[in-house]
Structures are given as C-alpha cells and as structure tokens.
Design a protein around this ligand. Structure first.
Ligand SMILES: Nc1ncnc2c1ncn2[C@@H]1O[C@H](COP(=O)(O)OP(=O)(O)OP(=O)(O)O)[C@@H](O)[C@H]1O
Ligand SMILES: [Mg+2]
Length: 264
C-alpha cells in the first residue's frame, strides 16, 4: 500500500498545479493553470512582466491562496498547509528581491535559515547553533561562497548575494527549489558562476526557475513553460521553446523594456 503521507512511491511528479486560478479583485492574475513538474526536473517559467509567474510561486509556497484549483507537492494536496509546513516538506523559495540580513555574517545568514525551519527553534542551545554554523559552511561550499563565510553579507557583490540566497534555500532537506529571477542584474561573469552552482546541485533536487534571460534559462533547464496574461501559452523542451515564435516575441519585446523591470 502506498503511504499517502509521503505520496506514491513511484509517483514521478514533484509539483503539480491542477486548474489553478488566482484573482486579485477584478484582475485574473492566473487562469486554469495545469502544470506538472517531474521529480528531479529543472523547469523554466518565462513570460513578460505581469504574466503571473511570481503569483504562481506564491500559491505553491502558500504565501497566497488560489481562487480555484489545487496544488500537489510530492503526491500530497497542499490545501490547508501553511507556508512553514510546506518548507518543512522540502519546498524552498528564493525571492525576486533579496531577503538577506545585511548586518549578519554570510555564515550566520545560512545558519539563521537552518535554525529558522527547525521545530525546536525557540529552545536552541549552543550545540544546535554550532551545528547550524557547520551546516552553513557545507552549504556555502556548495554555492562556491566558502571564502566569504566570515564577511558581513552587505559586503557581498550582487552575484554573491544570489549565491547566498541559494545556500539559505538549501537548508533543511530541500526537495524543490523555486528560484525567482536568480540571474536578474548579474554580470556575465556572475551569471556564468551561478550557472555552475545550479548545475552542480544534487541531480535529484527539483527546480523551477523564473528567469528573463533566455540564454541563461535554456542553459539551466530542460523544459520551459511560457505564461502570458495568467495563462499557459506553450510548453516544451528548451530546444523546442528556443525556436518557438511566441517565446521569441516575449524576449524581443523585453529588449524595449530593459531597465523598467519592477523588483517585486
Ligand atoms: N498582491 C497583489 N495584489 C494585486 N495584484 C497583484 C498582486 N500580486 C500580483 N498582482 C498582479 O498580478 C499580475 C501578475 O503579477 P506577477 O507578480 O505574478 O507577475 P510576474 O510574471 O512575476 O511579473 P514580473 O516579471 O514583473 O515579476 C500583475 O498584473 C500584478 O500587478
Ligand atoms: Mg515576478
């Protein structure tokens, strides 16, 4: 018998949206979204400003409640699951705008994230903090930031800040990473480094990445979904999508838009 708490043993789907809709007053930000992300898949979510990408992440993470439909994670319906419960199930998220504590060290930002998701966070002792810092050092090595562990977070470059956010998201036992525009504002060299960091993460980790840089997206993910005005327009492998005229139109449109991108 499959254990309903852990999902079907052989269930290949990590995250699934079934008929998901979201209205903000009269605005339909998302409509009838059907999307299944396989376990271990690297999936890109693309689309023009206001397409509904971040809203979809907010619904998956439980920060927003959907107006219609359901979301399933590792075989479980997420209805009624609060954001921290989803985190403990292994769903981790980075944001379009940074949520790093600038006056803490790089190491302590990751340690804080590690202790923040443990049930015993209100009764932590020195040993637990030491353990969290040691876990932080391991994660900083995974994102190529170990040399900056003792520095204040505010001293990091923009690219290093993004690497730190990923280290924070890897605390606990992540099964799914939702990355909202991780490469936004990065230099060419920083993008290259981020691409390596992402490529070297555990192959079993499922990842959904919102990104506006087409080249970066295609080099990280194997499948892509294009959203437009709250609906899925098309979906396919990175190669298929790179040739798709509707995808090209979105990116050509953005070239006229550069510099006006809101940081929400
Ligand atoms: N909390 C909110 N209240 C009202 N409207 C909202 C809210 N959040 C998002 N919206 C609206 O929903 C639509 C989708 O927004 P969303 O942030 O999901 O877009 P996005 O695809 O992430 O865009 P971007 O590329 O600019 O980040 C937009 O029209 C936005 O103005
Ligand atoms: Mg967004």
């Amino acid at each position: 018998m499959p254990n309903p708490a852990s999902g079907f043993q052989g269930d290949p789907v990590a995250l699934e949206f079934r008929g998901v809709g979201k209205s903000f007053g009269a605005l339909a930000a998302l409509e009838a979204i059907d999307l299944a992300i396989q376990k271990g898949e690297r999936h890109g979510l693309i689309g023009a400003n206001g397409a509904g990408k971040t809203t979809l992440f907010g619904i998956a993470a439980g920060a927003l409640s959907q107006s219609a439909g359901e979301v399933r994670f590792l075989g479980q319906d997420l209805a009624g699951k609060r954001p921290f419960e989803r985190v403990r199930m292994g769903m981790r998220r980075t944001f379009q705008s940074s949520n790093i504590v600038h006056e803490l060290s790089v190491r302590d930002n990751v340690a804080l994230s590690a202790v923040g998701i443990t049930p015993a966070r209100h009764s932590l002792g020195t040993a637990a903090l030491k353990k969290a810092r040691s876990q932080a050092d391991d994660l900083l090595a995974r994102v190529q930031l170990e040399a900056r562990a003792g520095d204040l977070a505010r001293e990091l470059s923009h690219g290093e800040m993004r690497q730190l956010e990923i280290a924070c998201a890897l605390t606990g036992t992540p099964r799914l990473l939702l990355l909202d525009e991780p490469a936004a504002g990065l230099s060419v060299a920083e993008r290259k480094r981020l691409r390596t960091v992402l490529a070297e993460l555990d192959a079993g980790l499922t990842m959904v990445m919102i990104e506006h840089d087409m080249e970066f997206t295609m080099s990280v993910v194997s499948r892509v979904t294009l959203l437009h005005n709250g609906r899925i327009v098309t979906q396919g492998t990175s190669e298929e999508m790179a040739r798709d005229p509707s995808v090209r139109a979105v990116y050509l449109g953005r070239q006229h838009d550069s510099g006006k991108h809101p940081q929400n």
